[in-house]
Design a protein around this ligand. Structure first.
Ligand SMILES: Cc1cc2nc3c(=O)[nH]c(=O)nc-3n(C[C@H](O)[C@H](O)[C@H](O)COP(=O)(O)OP(=O)(O)OC[C@H]3O[C@@H](n4cnc5c(N)ncnc54)[C@H](O)[C@@H]3O)c2cc1C
Length: 404
């Protein structure tokens, strides 16, 4: 039987058996280096089993199967705590963009090690003066012989401290308006001229970083897509990002999932409260609706229909659902959410999930930005005025750029 002849249900069974036998126990005691080693070993095993890059082309190590197969895997994976978050940006965003826009050489060089967990990627878009309006970014890449010389600063770069490669968006032509004159590059994060500084957030962890480029030299073949067409590449990647964030398989045992809030209500003696029961049912329905919407996006993607602005619906709804889960947890547990016994791991995990929730409505584009995209591109509302759209970037007063 060739790979494409395996049905999604057969594939589901294959995935279920493999996951049951191979997922390592989640061990919070492991330090950072050990966690990374566990994650890399697991990703390699996943790839060897043909369960990584399920929809990626087989010629680059993927399995060449359909979105229905991916979904079957995701549903089985939701029963486990897979140590794959280190690869989320590479597998969910950068890799698919290399599949879409990379040269044959870039695909051959980067996709197989990415799939096997040998190389970690990060996404270098946001800057201190360019987040929602990322087209205002000021990191410059200027021609340097055949290649490029890069200077500038990025911020909030998730996982950069572990990354081997990054997808960098830099300005290559400031004489063009801000959405033009950008180029996407593949950056070796260990190259001289790249400095990474971790930033700690309110969960106590350091999930993201500042990244400085100080005379970083890039070869000509570092360009991903076309020179000065980086905005198209960025939109491609952000489309993958929104689906990946909004549609990521939410573990069934994640603290804010409906099943766990039911368990929380049971432990708190609130499960007989009719108001709590009603809210739990509504929360479950909303959560299931999002799952089904994501299923539809994946099926359409399989049929060649890009998610487009509907990725924003998935992303926004996912973030709003988490906030709703936090509010519901608060109504169920009351002050118990703020103080718990040191050895109560469930409560500690819930507190961590609650503290991480605000990031969900910022990362990958804020809720306000998603609403604007939905309003303009799906509902057909008038576009936000963009007075700077046709003005050469050099003449704009954006971010930290001086006039002139
Ligand atoms: C956990 C986390 C991980 C991240 N990881 C990465 C990463 O790996 N790589 C990367 O490049 N970036 C990353 N980011 C950055 C993220 O993309 C930006 O934070 C986000 O796009 C918002 O930009 P900003 O923080 O500059 O806020 P701003 O753009 O300054 O926005 C501030 C506020 O103004 C609102 N606002 C801005 N413009 C408008 C508008 N036109 N209409 C209505 N409201 C508006 C926003 O909604 C927000 O409430 C991450 C962020 C977080 C929180």
């Amino acid at each position: 039987m060739t790979q494409v002849e395996i049905s999604p249900e057969e594939f589901r069974n294959e995935a279920r058996d493999w996951l049951a036998a191979h997922v390592p126990p989640s061990d919070v005691e492991l330090d950072g280096a050990e966690q990374i080693a566990v994650a890399k070993r697991f990703q390699a095993a996943l790839a060897d089993a043909g369960l990584a890059g399920i929809t990626w082309p087989a010629e680059f190590g993927g399995r060449g199967l359909t979105a229905a197969h991916q979904q079957a895997f995701d549903e089985e994976a939701a029963d486990h705590d897979l140590p794959t978050s280190l690869f989320m940006i590479g597998m969910g965003m950068c890799g698919p963009t290399v599949v879409d826009l990379g040269t044959p050489e870039q695909k051959a060089r980067h996709l197989p090690p990415l799939l096997r967990g040998e190389e970690v990627w990060c996404q270098l878009f946001s800057e201190p003066g360019a987040g929602s309006d990322v087209a205002s970014l000021q990191t410059r890449a200027v021609r340097d012989g055949e290649g490029w010389l890069v200077n500038g600063q990025k911020v909030w770069t998730s996982g950069a401290q572990h990354a081997d490669f990054g997808a960098l968006l830099a300005r290559t032509n400031p004489d063009l308006p801000k959405h033009r004159g950008l180029t996407m590059f593949i950056v070796d994060m260990r190259a001289p001229g790249v400095v990474v500084r971790p930033l700690r957030d309110m969960t106590g962890r350091a999930p993201f970083n500042e990244v400085y480029f100080d005379d970083l030299r890039l070869p000509a073949d570092a360009v991903l897509g076309e020179v000065d067409a980086g905005w198209t590449a960025a939109v491609t990647m952000l489309g993958h990002e929104r689906v990946s964030i909004g549609g990521s398989a939410r573990r069934r045992d994640a603290p804010l999932n409906p099943e766990n809030l039911v368990a929380l209500a049971r432990r708190a003696g609130r499960l007989d409260d009719p108001e709590i029961r009603r809210e739990l049912a509504a929360y479950h329905a909303a959560s299931r609706t999002l799952e089904l919407f994501n299923t539809r996006l994946r099926q359409e993607a399989d049929a060649g229909v890009a998610p487009g602005a509907r990725g924003s619906v998935a992303k926004l709804t996912g973030a709003e659902l988490l906030w709703r889960g936090v509010e519901l947890a608060g109504r169920i547990a009351g002050p118990g959410l703020l103080a718990w016994d040191r050895d109560d791991e469930d409560a500690a995990e819930l507190a961590l999930a609650i503290n991480a929730t605000p990031a969900s409505s910022i990362a990958g584009g804020t809720n306000q930005i998603q609403r604007s995209i939905i309003g303009e591109r799906i509902l057909g509302l008038p576009k936000e005025p963009q007075v700077d759209r046709d003005v050469p970037f050099r003449e704009l007063r954006v971010g930290t750029q001086q006039q002139g």
